[in-house]
Design a protein around this ligand. Structure first.
Ligand SMILES: NC(=O)C1=CN([C@@H]2O[C@H](COP(=O)(O)OP(=O)(O)OC[C@H]3O[C@@H](n4cnc5c(N)ncnc54)[C@H](OP(=O)(O)O)[C@@H]3O)[C@@H](O)[C@H]2O)C=CC1
Ligand SMILES: O=C1CO[C@H](CO)[C@@H](O)[C@@H]1O
Length: 337
């Protein structure tokens, strides 16, 4: 049988962001479904230098220049969070499909503007964790009843970043723990539990200089005796771990969010018959590049070879949850969703 070679989707990368240079562009090179054809920057020389470095044919000195190029079919948007929605809408107006970095924008009102994104173009948000097989495995195990009746998800996710110039430490660029990483516990628990939170309560601590939330803890009630608890921090020892617990077992996701690219990852399944980790079984998840898998799904959807399970509606839901975190912290109580 002849194998059909896809016509690769020509993607333009909208900025020389660190995530683009270090992870997403190399990830996109792992799939035959797309090719990075151009990169733009506020600075033409920077775009050219990064293009040469990464083997990208075209470089542009502005977003507008790249969006005007008919050779670019789709764009990947790794801009500061406050620029996400405007850039996605501009790309849509130019007829380009969009892969938008998380979080969608600054808040739900910002995200709702994406309802104007053309329906005949593909829109995908870059929650790369949903493409990692380790999360598919966890969801399959939960669905198969391996942990009995699910009761809750517990998450810690933190890093140390005290650089005042970093977009994560600037309120005007959508900085802070909730927006940068609080979105991940929400997205993975909604993914593995196949359920939505009905209310939440949150506490947060703001950096006195940056004014961003640097330590944010949330209890989200999914109803029916199902809870998510998480803490995220931008100024803590680096750590990330997720435990999904049920009546008959628990699954620990050892590197849940920044899973190594091209390296194995580990899940631990523990039926809880002995204390500590004594009864835990180690499950090795084969190496993969989740940014490559994400780009492949995006490109396949553009070519009509895949249907995306999430669209703008899901992005708005995520941002409503983040809004509720801030509202709860402000009001000091439960917020119904
Ligand atoms: N999914 C994931 O794993 C990750 C996602 N992200 C997301 O990607 C996005 C970018 O993050 P990150 O790579 O850390 O950010 P960077 O600060 O490294 O990159 C942002 C880029 O945006 C461009 N830019 C345009 N206008 C501005 C402006 N006014 N201020 C600053 N930069 C501007 C700059 O590129 P230029 O100079 O070329 O114009 C800059 O390099 C964020 O939304 C973040 O949440 C980040 C890391 C991982
Ligand atoms: O989305 C992201 C992936 O994780 C990082 C933390 O380790 C974040 O800072 C980044 O924005």
């Amino acid at each position: 049988m002849t194998e059909i070679t896809p016509q690769p989707v020509r993607i333009g990368v909208l900025s020389t962001a660190k995530i683009a240079r270090e992870k997403v562009v190399p990830g996109l090179a792992t799939t035959p479904w797309c090719v990075v054809h151009g990169i733009s920057s506020r600075d033409t020389a920077r775009a050219r230098a990064v293009a040469d470095d990464l083997g990208i044919p075209k470089a542009y000195g502005s977003t507008e220049e790249m969006l005007a190029d008919p050779e670019i079919e789709a764009v990947y948007i790794p801009l500061p969070n406050d620029l996400h929605v405007d850039a996605a809408l501009a790309a849509g107006r130019a007829g380009k499909h969009v892969l938008l970095e998380k979080p969608t924008g600054l808040d739900a009102m910002d995200a709702e503007r994406l309802l104007e994104f053309p329906r005949d173009l593909v829109f995908m948000e870059g929650y790369m964790v949903r493409q990692h097989p380790q999360w598919r495995m966890v969801r399959d195990m939960v669905r198969a009843g391996r942990i009995g009746r699910p009761l809750g998800v517990q998450v810690w996710f933190s890093y140390m970043n005290d650089d005042p110039d970093n977009i994560r430490n600037r309120p005007e660029t959508g900085g802070g723990a909730a927006l940068d990483i609080g979105v991940y516990p929400l997205v993975v628990s909604r993914f593995v539990l196949d359920a939505e939170p009905i209310r939440l309560v949150a506490a947060l601590d703001r950096d006195p200089i940056f004014a961003t939330d640097r330590l944010t803890s949330v209890l989200a009630d999914f109803g029916g005796g199902l809870h998510l608890t998480f803490t995220v921090s931008t100024q803590s020892v680096v750590h990330q771990r997720v435990t999904v617990c049920g009546t008959e077992g628990r699954i620990e996701v050892v590197v849940p969010f920044n899973a190594p690219l091209g390296g194995e990852t580990i899940l631990r399944f523990d039926p809880g018959t002995a204390l500590g980790d004594a009864s835990a079984e180690t499950i090795v998840v084969p190496a993969c590049n989740m940014y490559g898998l994400q780009g492949e799904l995006f490109a396949m959807a553009i070519r009509g070879e895949a249907v995306l399970p999430y669209g703008v509606g899901d992005s708005i839901t995520q941002m409503r949850l983040v809004d509720a975190i801030f509202e709860s912290a402000r009001r000091g109580g439960w917020v119904d969703l």
